[in-house]
Design a protein around this ligand. Structure first.
Ligand code: BQC
Length: 301
């Protein structure tokens, strides 16, 4: 096999999933109004703008209605929270997503906790995180969910395998570790979490069958840290200056692709690996939230 056969094509898989969701939405719409997602963006962070554009576009492609609310960077926390209250109480809205990061004067956690858990399509609310810990997930964070999907479509059994998650954020690293470790199809792995205070990360990655890099720093995982045949998933999206590129920069992950590629059995590229999967899973979560609309909390899975 040449090295191309090692690439996990997140663009292709996300396309397939978006098609599946479109079909499911069409069936759903025979008896319901279309699912409706509200996306809130505060300020004009260019990366956030581009993510939000992608989310709105994907929704359209799937037959999901979307509303984009753009708020100025100096919007007050109270104003944002009261808009969320309004969306929570609006039965024509199934999913609410507030694009992160938020400006420093707004407490991100307050905002996350204000979203009704049944409309929390990002899966960041402590209720949904707690359900994941209890192994009764409802809405799960899209990026870890997308990675589980890639692993199940490309890689073999995870049961009994050693997995290392580098990064312990509540959005990616922590839910990722829970999904890999849980007693479930696609789980049952032996999971280690490494982070900024970990000593000798290389000694942990050297033993790992699956490496998930989610720290947000280019070059975190290099070839010498990787066991021959490991599956390497790169969550990072870092901009590095590149005078040869039109934009003046290019995107790289947390993994040093060149040196890791020869060692890995499978690897996600950046761009085109995990990123597109996040969007596909968001659409799946939105349809799920629409399906549960109006049901009581003990009726949802
Ligand atoms: S790519 O909402 O929208 O591989 O070049 N292709 C794609 C496709 C990079 C990429 C990214 C996306 C889609 C995308 N994402 C994934 C990354 C949504 C998204 C988001 N918020 C963050 N990251 C991503 C985020 C928020 C706060 C990252 C850091 C802090």
């Amino acid at each position: 096999m040449n090295d191309n056969g090692k690439l996990i094509d997140g663009r292709e898989v996300s396309k397939t999933i978006l098609e599946e969701v479109s079909e499911d939405v069409a069936v759903f719409c025979r008896s319901h109004r279309p699912p409706h997602l509200v996306v809130v963006i505060v300020g004009d962070n260019p990366a956030s703008r581009s993510y939000v554009r992608g989310k709105v576009k994907a929704a359209k492609k799937c037959g999901i209605d979307s509303t984009l609310l753009e708020l100025p960077p100096d919007v007050s926390s109270d104003e944002l929270l009261s808009r969320i209250d309004e969306f929570n109480g609006d039965s024509s809205i199934d999913g609410i997503l507030v694009q992160l990061p938020l400006p420093g004067h707004i407490d991100q956690q307050d905002v996350i906790e204000r979203i009704s858990p049944s409309k929390d399509v990002d899966g960041f609310h402590p209720y949904n995180m707690g359900r994941l810990v209890a192994d009764k997930p409802v809405l799960v964070s899209c990026t870890p969910l997308g990675i589980m999907e890639l692993l199940s479509r490309y890689s073999g059994e995870t049961a009994g395998k050693r997995a290392v998650v580098i990064g312990r954020s509540s959005i990616v690293g922590t839910p990722m570790a829970l999904l890999l470790a849980r007693k479930h199809e696609g789980g049952d792995a032996t999971v280690t979490i490494c982070h900024s205070r970990s000593e000798d990360i290389a000694s942990v990655t050297a033993e790992a069958d699956i490496i998930i890099a989610a720290v947000g720093r280019a070059g975190t995982v290099t070839g010498d840290m990787v066991k021959e045949g490991a599956v390497v998933i790169d969550v990072g999206i870092n901009r590095v200056d590149d005078p040869n590129s039109k934009k003046g920069y290019r995107l790289v992950g947390d993994v040093d692709f060149e040196s890791v590629l020869p060692k890995a059995s499978l690897i996600t590229p950046v761009p085109g690996g995990v990123g597109p999967m996040t969007i596909a899973m968001l659409m799946r979560n939105t349809l799920a939230a629409a399906g549960w609309a109006g049901r009581s909390e003990d009726e949802v899975p």
